[in-house]
Design a protein around this ligand. Structure first.
Ligand SMILES: [Zn+2]
Length: 183
């Protein structure tokens, strides 16, 4: 069932505001085929829609939290959601034929269509959320990943401190500082 539906029969040019909770259940099903998961609490969606002839301009803002898995250690990576969305909805009967549609999409990415007296935002919001997925989420920039078992580690000569490679000098320095901070 659609969660984000705008009833637009009374909509005029000055427009109307809506506010929705973006429930974790909805997020879980919308994100099911992605690397993203719902965060610890529900998100929020604010929408303003206004009529412009037969078209309806929808502007919205989503806030909340999602989670992903660290690309190195698989630990949880919290993601803050803070997304602005804009789309122009036109009546379904104005939707171009399939061959035409490709052209239209090139210059008007956020165009969608509505049928009857309501605009359903679910699929658009899902697309926006999926675009937010980082290519390589990290729990921290310095995440060292899952510890490599000793028997598969390279011998000390390769990374050992006895013969530090000049290219690793900045890293070694950083490591020194980190070790100091821990003390
Ligand atoms: Zn990590």
């Amino acid at each position: 069932m659609s969660a984000f539906v705008l009833q637009i029969q009374d909509l005029d040019e000055s427009g109307k505001d809506w506010s929705f909770a973006v429930g974790r259940e909805w997020l879980a099903s919308a994100l099911a085929d992605s690397e993203l998961r719902p965060g610890p609490e529900d998100g929020e969606l604010q929408v303003h829609a206004q009529r412009n002839g037969a078209d309806v301009l929808v502007q919205g803002h989503i806030s909340g939290k999602l989670a992903a898995s660290c690309a190195r250690c698989l630990g949880e990576v919290p993601l803050d959601l803070d997304l602005a969305l804009t789309a122009l909805f036109s009546p379904e009967h104005t939707r171009p034929d399939e061959d035409e549609e490709i052209e239209v999409r090139l210059d008007e990415v956020n165009r969608d269509y509505y049928g009857g007296r309501e605009i359903v935002l679910d699929s658009m919001i899902r697309e926006y959320l999926l675009l937010e997925a980082p290519m390589k989420p990290l729990c921290s920039e310095s995440c060292e990943g899952i510890a490599v078992p000793e028997h598969v580690r390279p011998p000390d000569e390769v990374f050992g401190e006895s013969a530090p490679d000049a290219r690793f000098a900045p890293l070694l320095k950083l490591k020194e500082q980190l070790t100091k901070n821990e003390e």
